[in-house]
Write a protein that binds this ligand. Structure first.
Ligand code: AMP
Length: 436
């Protein structure tokens, strides 16, 4: 990687503004998954141990911009209220305001500061604002080796809007900007990229998490040990058009599962019943199959499916299932998982691979009736000695829930960011950093 990291600069006594990804899942004020906090620890510990003044910032969730708009309505909510009949406006307004008031408790980073403090074994000063008086005070008083966490950056409207004044103020808090939030590296927000892009900080480097994510994934994409197998699943073809296109060029075998497989099968002339089909993407699928053929790449599609008469409701409801070969899918069923023959075929492709990347479930894996395809792919990855990379999201959850996490070479902390890497895109949060 040609970007500078914290190891390439002298951090001693320097104020380091570190953009981390503390967007952790919370339930009633309790953190339910600490993976993201743990992911940021190596960078934070290194900076502390090397005498930096560590000022952390992160967003959490999608709250009201309460530091900008007060506890008032957002522009979107104001518009929604205006569209309502006069008689319903007051009630709707009251509902929105109630929600805004709750956002301060629901999306505060205070519990993260407390947990982080326990993990580091030292005090983490929590500022209840992002660029307000508390942040000013904490930053002006910070000493070498100390840690401050600013409040949720998305409480400021300027975070997502790349507000220049917000960037300038945040830049005044630091000598060095460090980005270690891989999960938001594909976003161009104030704290993820704009602060550097506007030229307000001159020294901008990455932390260890971004360094690791990039070196594993960029290496697999650019210099894979072959055979290189890419597995894509998930609901819609339309969400992964560029990913399929780019990966076909890089890999030797592209395996397609999940809802997106049925638009390909339809394009090949199969009847797929009520399965997910995006008629607007039929030509695209034909184009991709032609591209695979022209490039001499394998493109694997399901040969059998697990189906049901209806989509399960609720999603985890146990319902009757039937397996069909793709030539025989009846008109009144929906294919909700790859079938056993397909699972075996995909597992064999994985077994003979030297590099595998995977993003997206093979079926409606939230439901045990349609989870076998995803489980068998996860098992195949766990059993191979190949380099295995999981691109976040549902496939990462599947691998972790099955207890296979430590059998994978790398599980990305950023589903969206890793998909954009698979698309061949440059990530703004990384592009803005200083080159070596
Ligand atoms: P994505 O967010 O694109 O990775 O898609 C994940 C979602 O795709 C999951 O919620 C799955 O339930 C859904 N999915 C996977 N396979 C199918 C299928 N055959 N039919 C409908 N939805 C599916």
């Amino acid at each position: 990687m040609n970007k500078m990291s914290i190891k390439d600069v002298n951090v001693k006594s320097k104020k380091c503004l570190v953009r981390v990804d503390f967007n952790v899942p919370m339930k009633e004020g309790v953190i339910t998954d600490e993976t993201r906090i743990n992911g940021a620890l190596p960078t934070i510990k290194y900076l502390v141990d090397n005498g930096a003044k560590v000022i952390l910032c992160s967003h959490m969730g999608k709250p009201h911009n309460i530091f900008t708009d007060g506890f008032g309505l957002t522009k979107k909510e104001k518009k929604a209220v205006e569209k309502l009949p006069e008689s319903e406006r007051d009630a709707a307004k009251a509902e929105y305001l109630k929600k805004a008031l709750k956002d301060k408790e629901k999306f505060t980073l205070r519990p993260v500061a407390e947990r982080l403090s326990e993990k580091l074994g030292q005090k983490v000063v929590f500022a209840e604002d992002v660029v307000g008086p508390q942040a000013d005070k904490a930053v002006s008083e910070i000493k070498d080796g100390e840690v401050v966490l600013l409040e949720n950056t998305r409480f400021e409207a300027g975070e997502e809007k790349r507000d220049e004044a917000l960037c300038k103020k945040l830049a005044s808090y630091c000598d060095i900007y460090v980005n270690d939030a891989f999960g938001t590296a594909h976003r161009s927000h104030a704290t993820t990229a704009a602060i550097v892009e506007y030229g307000f900080v001159k020294t901008a480097v990455c932390g260890f998490l971004i360094e690791k994510e990039l070196s594993v994934m960029a290496n697999a994409l650019e210099n894979p040990v072959r055979p290189f197998v890419a597995i894509l699943g998930g609901a819609k073809v339309a969400d992964k058009l560029k990913v399929i296109d780019n990966l076909l060029e890089k890999c030797d075998t592209l395996i397609i599962g999940g809802g997106m497989a049925y638009t390909f099968l339809k394009a090949k002339g199969y009847e797929v019943g009520n399965s997910l089909v995006d008629t607007e993407q039929i030509d695209y699928c034909l184009g991709m199959m032609k591209k695979a053929e022209d490039l001499g790449k394998n493109l694997y599609l399901p040969v059998d499916v697990v189906s049901a008469k209806n989509f399960p409701d609720p999603i985890d409801a146990v319902i009757e299932t039937t397996v069909y070969d793709i030539e025989n899918i009846p008109a009144d069923v929906e294919a909700l998982d790859i079938g056993p023959k397909t699972a075996e075929m995909y597992a064999e492709a994985v077994a003979s691979a030297k590099t595998v990347i995977w993003n997206g479930p093979m079926g409606v894996s939230e439901n045990p009736c349609f989870a076998d395809g995803t489980i068998s792919v996860a098992k195949a990855l766990a059993e191979t000695t190949a380099t295995t990379i999981i691109g976040g999201g549902d496939s990462a959850a599947a691998v972790t829930n099955l207890g296979f996490a430590d059998k994978m070479t790398h599980i990305s902390t950023g589903g969206g960011a890793s998909l954009e890497l698979f698309e061949g895109k440059k990530l703004p949060g990384i592009e803005c950093l200083n080159n070596k």
